[in-house]
Design a protein around this ligand. Structure first.
Ligand code: ARG
Length: 597
């Protein structure tokens, strides 16, 4: 039984014995004692004052005395105002550590066949350019959230919608035809997504030049943009694509396949993946159909020019375009089509979209439209909306060619991790292969942790230098502590010491050790809260707190040099389980931990 439940039951008993009244478990509020006070658990006595008809202090005093006498789990108590601080007996902590020790996946709940099915969409790139820093945040959040929801007993389907058609990809295609000289990833040695992205940039450059030239001839900016032959050609290409023109389709397939090979590499390096990928080219027609269905049912209306709209003024929003006058789809239409296919493919109970907060309005509208169209999960869809991420130098904007490329960023982080680790002598005497792996684990760990420790809703600045600091609230700091624990366990094993399945019972623990066990046990609640709040940062910061506490313990107590055998085994077990929880917690965040560092 959980310590809280055990003591909680005794509190009910105490109140019955002292005041002759029944209270329900819900009235018993046991909280973790604040750091500045002595004790582990604090009982709030205010709800019982009506029953005791005594002052808060007196009530707390009476309940405390009763518990100390009758509940073996309570070793001592003190009263501060109306709060009864309870010190839990050492034996309970050993028992608790024992139960954590026995559970290799402590704090994680597996799904069953009947668990809710949560579909989580993340990444969702366009195929005209490589992934950038914004996608990094998106992917890390989506992947962590998927892990966290799975650890809370949900069936999780990770999905992606690739926006593979539209004017953006036509721009890249057109520029490649015009200026590419048949260049391919093979011939250029460039990653396919980078190659295609370069042509997107090339299009923009030539287009801008065209507009400038036309403006010099006296046109306004709008006139020039409308008259640009390049843009006209791109639009014509899109029309041809929609009509299924074999040549355009073939080029489109070819260039997109380059992009996918590139994306796959990026995803693999980042450690993220998907169970099912949807492509806009396969969903947008479904969306069109759904919209026309809605039109027939009178949910939407057609304007004179033939365009189809939804009137959302009753919902306090505006009029929303769903099909253009020429019958072509818009972004929203695609999302409706994608929703239709997803619902057909899976019995979705909850749909989560991980998309930046610049699309808040889009998802507000999508939710209403899906609900109108009869999707059961439409109304309750979750837009997991996250803020912008920048580098210290300033904003990243794709069109101006100052994007922070995801591949470059990861490579840089790994290179920095290697430098820093080498300087600190952490790679001395390590095989080339292991050094590579450690650099990768630490570099990516720094990146991932720095991003995930921040509340997703907030805008943030990713500071590469700070992220890789080995001392501080960073991934490498946590990873280093993990490696330290593994090293202690290796040394113990060399000395013939292994932690037994059941821990020795008669050990006298220090406050620090008890607090550490209590913190370890908190992991289960932390995972739960991260799941209900959709908040990976709770787990990140928990890992940091745990590691900080452990390091203090490590600093103040000896482990392998402890003379009392039982205590030595206990401390080894404590260390091993801190390592385990760090590995599980970081694992939920998608961050690896190294065996040595
Ligand atoms: N590809 C879109 C963009 O880059 C994001 C798609 C988000 N997901 C969605 N279901 N609309 O803006």
């Amino acid at each position: 039984m959980k310590i809280e439940d055990k003591i909680g039951a005794s509190v009910i008993e105490a109140i019955h014995a002292l005041y002759g009244q029944e209270v329900s478990p819900a009235q018993v509020q046991l909280q973790k004692t604040k750091k500045e006070f002595e004790g582990h658990l604090t009982l709030v006595v205010f709800p019982f004052l009506k029953i005791s008809r005594k002052a808060p202090e007196a009530t707390a005093q009476e309940i405390g005395a009763y518990l100390k006498e009758h509940e073996p789990a309570v070793a001592a108590f003190n009263v501060i105002k109306g709060f009864l601080n309870l010190t839990v007996a050492s034996a309970c902590w050993v028992e608790l550590l024992d139960s954590i020790h026995a559970d290799a996946r402590y704090g994680l709940t597996d799904a069953t066949d009947r668990s809710p099915l949560v579909m989580i969409e993340y990444s969702s790139p366009n195929t005209n350019k490589p992934l950038h820093l914004g996608h990094v945040r998106n992917n890390l959040l989506g992947n962590a959230l998927a892990n966290i929801l799975a650890a809370n007993g949900n069936r999780v389907v990770k999905t992606n919608i690739v926006n593979d058609r539209g004017i953006h990809i036509c721009k890249s295609m057109l520029a490649w035809l015009k200026y590419g000289n048949g260049e391919t990833p093979e011939s250029s040695g460039k990653k396919g997504d980078h190659l295609v992205g370069d042509y997107y940039v090339a299009f923009d450059k030539h287009y801008k030049a065209e507009v400038a030239e036309l403006m010099e001839k006296g046109m306004t900016k709008e006139e020039a943009e409308a008259a640009s032959p390049l843009m006209k050609e791109a639009r014509e290409m899109l029309v041809k694509w929609e009509a299924g023109d074999p040549e355009v389709r073939a080029l489109w397939k070819r260039m997109n396949s380059w992009v996918y090979a590139g994306f796959d590499e990026t995803y693999r390096m980042m450690g993220v993946g998907f169970d099912k990928i949807y492509y806009e080219s396969e969903t947008y027609l479904e969306g069109k159909e759904k919209v026309l269905e809605g039109l027939e049912k009178g949910l939407f209306y057609r304007k004179e020019d033939g365009s189809v709209w939804a009137d959302l003024t009753p919902e306090g929003l505006d009029q929303k375009l769903l099909l253009r006058a020429d019958g072509t789809s818009v972004y929203m239409t695609q999302d409706i089509g994608t929703a239709k296919l997803r619902f057909r493919d899976y019995p979705i109970d909850k749909m989560i979209y991980v998309v930046g907060n610049e699309q808040n309005y889009h998802f507000q509208v999508l939710s209403i439209l899906l609900d109108k169209l009869g999707f059961e999960w439409g109304k309750g869809l979750v837009h997991f909306s996250y803020g912008m991420v920048e580098l210290p130098e300033g904003k990243m904007k794709s069109r101006e060619g100052t994007v922070v490329d995801a591949d470059d960023l990861m490579a840089e982080m790994i290179a920095t991790a290697r430098e820093t680790s080498t300087e600190l002598g952490k790679l001395d005497g390590v095989s080339r292969e292991e050094a590579d792996d450690t650099a990768r684990i630490v570099g990516l760990g720094a990146l991932k942790y720095f991003i995930l420790k921040v509340d997703a809703r907030k805008n943030m600045t990713f500071n590469p230098k700070e992220s890789i600091d080995f001392n501080g609230n960073t991934g490498p700091f946590i990873q280093y502590t993990y490696a330290r624990i593994r090293s202690i366990l290796r040394k113990a094993a060399e000395a013939g010491l292994t932690v037994p399945a059941r821990l020795p019972e008669n050990v006298e623990l220090s406050e620090k050790e008890e607090g550490l066990i209590q913190l370890l046990a908190d992991f289960a609640g932390v995972v739960r809260q991260a799941g209900t709040d959709y908040n990976p940062s709770i787990i990140a910061n928990y890992c940091y707190d745990l590691v900080k506490e452990y390091n203090q313990f490590y600093h103040d107590f000896s482990i392998l040099r402890e003379e009392n055998e039982n205590l030595k085994l206990f401390r080894l077990a404590l260390s091993e389980n801190v390592g385990k929880i760090v590995r599980l917690g970081m694992g939920l965040l998608g961050i690896e931990v190294p065996e040595r560092m």
